[in-house]
Design a protein around this ligand. Structure first.
Ligand SMILES: [Zn+2]
Length: 142
């Protein structure tokens, strides 16, 4: 948990399945019933016009890119800076990318992973971490 972190809104009209999966310790994304395309962030319809439904994803990903966050940062993140942040591309769909912290295991501080260990394309595995009471977010295990 990160005291004082600004929390994401859970009130969007198409996000309930995303947050419900995280509450269960899983990750799910919308998939199109017509063309099978995966989507993130949540949306109303697929570009093809098909309807979307939440489906669990494997959690397998690769490191598409990363950056190291340096001060100045929001006060809640200051104790961890500098720290690496991943852009992970999910195995289900090239182009389905998510931003999140890198960890070796849930509970690691944001600055636990040494950026010198990171390589573009390296495998990552999703895990779910608690940002605050009742708010979970995917992190990426190296
Ligand atoms: Zn579609």
């Amino acid at each position: 948990m990160i005291p004082g972190i600004p929390l994401p809104s859970r009130d969007g009209p198409f996000e309930a399945g995303f947050w419900a999966a995280l509450d269960r310790g899983e990750m799910a994304h919308q998939q199109c019933a017509a063309c099978s395309a995966w989507h993130f962030p949540p949306r109303w319809r697929c570009a093809c016009g098909g309807t979307l439904a939440y489906r669990p994803v494997s959690g397998r990903a690769r490191l598409w890119s990363w950056t190291v966050v340096h001060p100045p940062v929001l006060p809640a993140f200051a104790p961890f800076a500098p720290y690496p942040v991943a852009i992970a591309e999910l195995a289900e769909a090239p182009g389905l990318r998510m931003v999140g912290p890198l960890v070796e295991q849930p509970g690691d501080p944001l600055n636990h992973v040494d950026p010198a260990r990171l390589r573009i394309g390296m495998p990552l595995t999703a895990c779910v971490i608690a940002l605050a009471d009742g708010v979970r977010w995917p992190a990426w295990k190296i």
